[in-house]
Write a protein that binds this ligand. Structure first.
Ligand code: NAD
Ligand code: MG
Length: 407
């Protein structure tokens, strides 16, 4: 990812205007927590949320953004009325067009991309095309459209900073950001750490009895339900492997995954001279968010310092791909490239939703994805229409899989 340090001196003249796509979610709320600690540096320009309108209303009253965006017209009308009653000037917009408006608005400096899933793709691309500074949490957008996404970043000179904790850690361990190729920077490989989720040592024959609530009870990171299930299947690490390939211009073979149950080392970079650099910290998203918000400066995040004696030990083990077939599927898809990652992502989104609504068991998530990948030819992903068509086709095949199983 090319980054020109000369363009990075953050203006101290005025507070930076921030749009948060997905403000009512876990990453969105963590971002607002950090922003609230630095009112002189950051100002909330726009917030979006899909369903939690009560929460979005509270956030709008607290932060007084210029815009709020919701998904449904009815919610927009209700929110606008409530905000008018409280005398705020927030204008409520609707749906994808509204999201793209707040992502690309000329007054916006920074866009936090924290919508979950493919729904984040178009608004994030709108921010990229408008040349914004983008804090990327929405890994699905990059997984679906990696080549096109990165081309758009280069073309628009947007600044793309990862806030997925592993990728933020790698970014911190690379000597001067992403400016050089891995080979030029003397990097041998990138090591992504994974907690292994709640089922690292569950007996294999008990894996299909896992309930949605068990899958969402992540041992180290509190997160939204979709990413929590992805962590439990390790699809999250698979998506992150693909994300790392695009962000750091790495081949899938240059990215290793290691299970590290304590989630204290957030990832590592292995250099050719034998040095291995790691970024450590308490597992709290406010650290990567603060890092990227202030970069290249540092600000207080509210995260308590890591107490090494309290941590006492750090464990590592290789992931078991029999236990976590989603990781193997994602690695395969990373090799294939083209439309394959969009297919994998879409099938995963449908399968996770089906698991969360108790239509399928935990181990069937990988079966849906594997079967859909088998049915979809991989083609080059040269334009957004092709990516979106692969996404749509994979969703319909996944839905058909579920319907046939229900017969
Ligand atoms: P979440 O479910 O807590 O929040 C998702 C947000 O997106 C909410 O504001 C929701 O209203 C909005 N949203 C959901 N579907 C939408 C749609 N169709 N249209 C518009 N808005 C929609 O999710 P999260 O845990 O905050 O994760 C957000 C993204 O960040 C995901 O891509 C996830 O993989 C990534 N991420 C999360 C964490 C974490 O700690 N939670 C860490 C790293 C990366
Ligand atoms: Mg992560």
């Amino acid at each position: 990812m090319p980054i020109d340090h000369a363009t990075l001196s953050v203006s101290n003249q005025r507070a930076q205007n921030i749009t948060i796509l997905g403000a009512t979610g876990s990453v969105g709320l963590n971002t607002l927590d950090v922003i609230s600690r630095h009112p002189e540096r950051y100002s909330v320009f726009a917030l979006s949320g899909m369903t939690q309108i009560g929460l979005l209303t509270k956030l709008c009253l607290l932060h007084r953004p210029q815009y709020a965006v919701v998904t449904h017209e009815q919610d927009a009308r209700a929110l606008q009325n409530t905000l008018l009653q409280f005398g705020t000037e927030t204008l409520v917009l609707v749906a994808e067009a509204g999201l793209e408006t707040i992502a690309a608005h000329p007054q916006v400096d920074t866009v936090v991309s924290a919508i979950v899933g493919a729904a984040g793709l178009k608004p994030t691309l709108a921010a990229v095309n408008a040349g914004k500074k983008i804090l990327l949490a929405n890994k699905e957008a990059l997984v679906m459209s990696g080549a096109l996404f990165m081309q758009a970043v280069r073309r628009s000179a947007a600044i793309l900073l990862p806030i997925d904790s592993e990728h933020n850690a790698i970014f911190q361990c690379l000597h001067d950001g992403h400016a050089r190729t891995l080979a030029d920077a003397g990097v041998r490989r990138i090591v992504l750490t994974a907690s292994g989720g709640p089922f690292r040592s569950t007996p294999l024959n008990a894996m299909n009895d896992i309930t949605p609530d068990q899958a969402c009870a992540h041992p180290t990171w509190p997160m939204g339900r979709k990413i929590s299930v992805d962590s439990a299947t390790m699809m999250n690490k698979g998506l992150e492997l693909i994300e790392a390939c695009w962000l750091f211009d790495a081949t899938p073979d240059q990215v290793e995954v290691v299970i590290h149950p304590q989630s204290v080392i957030h990832s590592l970079v292995d250099y050719v001279d034998g040095s291995m650099l790691a970024q450590l910290g308490n597992p709290d998203m406010r650290t990567p968010i603060s890092h990227a918000l202030a970069w290249p400066e540092r600000i207080d995040s509210g995260v308590k310092p890591l107490d090494l004696c309290d941590v006492a030990r750090l464990d590592f083990e290789p992931p078991d791909e029999n236990r976590f077939p989603c990781l193997a599927l994602a690695r395969q898809v990373a090799q294939w490239g083209g439309t394959a990652p969009a297919t994998l992502n879409a099938a995963n989104e449908v399968a996770v939703e089906a698991f969360l609504s108790r239509r399928i068991g935990f181990t069937q998530i990988a079966q849906v994805i594997g079967d859909v990948l088998d049915q979809m030819p991989v083609t080059a992903a040269n334009d957004l229409e092709t990516v979106l068509a692969a996404d749509a086709k994979a969703r319909s095949l996944s839905i058909r899989w579920l319907a046939e199983r229900d017969k």
